[in-house]
Design a protein around this ligand. Structure first.
Ligand SMILES: Nc1nc2c(ncn2[C@@H]2O[C@H](COP(=O)(O)OP(=O)(O)OP(=O)(O)O)[C@@H](O)[C@H]2O)c(=O)[nH]1
Ligand SMILES: [Zn+2]
Length: 369
């Protein structure tokens, strides 16, 4: 097992400790191998592993890991045994986090084991705080560290105005960059180190493709980021299940500094799904206010002593922030219920009652102080 090659692909103790003695022995004796899933196209699964500089290998998927989209996604780590010139998956390791989407009434995993979610916005009329809050909630819900990237700062006289507004959000990492001002791209270096996995979200036109090109494909940007020449991670023409040749797009990109970037089609169409905790984290100011309402079951509509109504009235809480919180909660509950039907209805009621109990006990604690 070539650990240093695997580490360049993001391998860490977290995955190693999931192996039992038998698996560890098989890996040591080169009978089994660890691979990171680099592309999934219909029934074809590709992975990169101990010899990743030689390119991707095709991984065979036993029936117990099907349907594939419910068991595996790009970024996952798997253990596979060699079968002639192929490798067959024997185990899928638990992911430290994953992004999911809601499609055809089903949950689908779209990317796993991500270190930073770059949430890209731009310093022009596309700038939208609500959208940023939505993406932040998604990142927190998935336990992925968010980095808000304000792109196109060349288009404004005063990027600070935008950055100040972003800093009112629950985000620790905020950078302002411009593709037209290459020096600003150095701000990315803090996040781009060997073995780190990045995914990027943001609405159309904010400059995601341009950033990906600069950080992962191009040779014309400054200093550290400039040598980011894409490594060819393997063949991109494959037989599909109809026996025709199709081109699969590259979904896990590895640059020269061994920074990994996941770009699956699903990431670009992400919708919020089951993000209750993430939403509460992003809107913790509102949650805190709600805890101080006079009545523990306050609906924040008309009740006397409601701290949210008071804060709205004196302008301490902005109406748009409050409305966005409610909208996201509703959307989240709707997605969650349609994803899981009646089962979800029950879970929803359960978690709703749990939430009430939690709030009541927090209120009692707060009042006891
Ligand atoms: N002024 C300015 N324009 C930029 C900057 N970055 C990207 N652009 C331009 O913005 C436009 C959209 O950029 P893309 O990289 O295609 O945006 P995208 O987010 O990938 O868009 P989709 O592919 O639709 O998701 C292009 O015309 C870019 O040249 C920047 O920093 N400053
Ligand atoms: Zn209230």
């Amino acid at each position: 097992m070539n650990i240093s090659n695997l580490q360049s692909l993001g391998w860490s103790h977290f995955y190693l400790q999931q192996l039992d003695a038998h698996a560890f022995e098989k890996l040591q004796s080169n009978e089994w191998f660890a691979f990171r899933i680099s592309a999934i196209h219909r029934s074809i699964i590709k992975g990169v592993g101990h010899q990743w500089d030689d390119g991707e290998v095709e991984l065979l998927c036993p029936d117990r890991f099907k349907p594939i989209s419910e068991h595996l996604c790009v970024g996952d780590w798997v253990i596979a045994e060699q079968v002639n010139e192929h490798y067959r998956i024997v185990d899928v390791l638990e992911a430290k986090n994953q992004l999911e989407r809601f499609s055809n009434q089903k949950r689908q995993m779209i990317a796993a084991n991500i270190d930073y979610l770059f949430i890209v916005t731009s310093a022009n009329r596309d700038f939208n705080m609500k959208r940023l809050e939505r993406y932040l909630a998604m990142a927190y819900e998935s336990s992925i560290e968010p980095v808000i990237v304000l792109n196109k700062i060349d288009l404004t006289e005063d990027p600070e105005v935008y950055l100040d507004e972003i800093c009112t959000l629950k985000a620790h990492n905020v950078i302002g960059v411009s593709m037209r001002q290459p020096d600003t791209l150095l701000a990315f270096n803090h996040f781009l180190y060997a073995g780190t996995t990045i995914a990027m979200v943001g609405s159309s036109g904010v400059g995601k493709s341009s950033l990906i090109n600069a950080l992962f494909h191009s040779t014309s940007t400054p200093n550290d980021v400039n040598q980011a020449v894409i490594q060819d991670v393997g063949g991109i023409r494959e037989d599909d299940d109809k026996g025709k040749h199709t081109t699969t797009s590259r979904q896990l990109i590895i640059n020269e500094q061994s920074v990994l970037f996941i770009d699956t089609p699903g990431i670009r169409e992400l919708k919020l799904l089951s993000a209750q905790d993430g939403i509460e984290e992003v809107f913790s100011d509102i949650v805190q206010l709600g805890l101080r309402c006079k009545f523990t079951d306050c609906t924040h509509q008309t009740e006397p002593g409601c701290q949210i109504l008071r804060a709205l009235e004196v302008g301490e809480l902005s109406i748009s922030h409050w409305e966005n919180y409610q909208k996201l909660l509703k959307e989240d509950a709707f997605n969650e219920r349609s994803a899981q039907g009646a089962y979800a209805q029950r879970q929803h009621m359960k978690s709703f009652s749990k939430q009430i109990l939690r709030t009541q006990s927090k209120n009692r604690e707060a009042k006891g102080k």
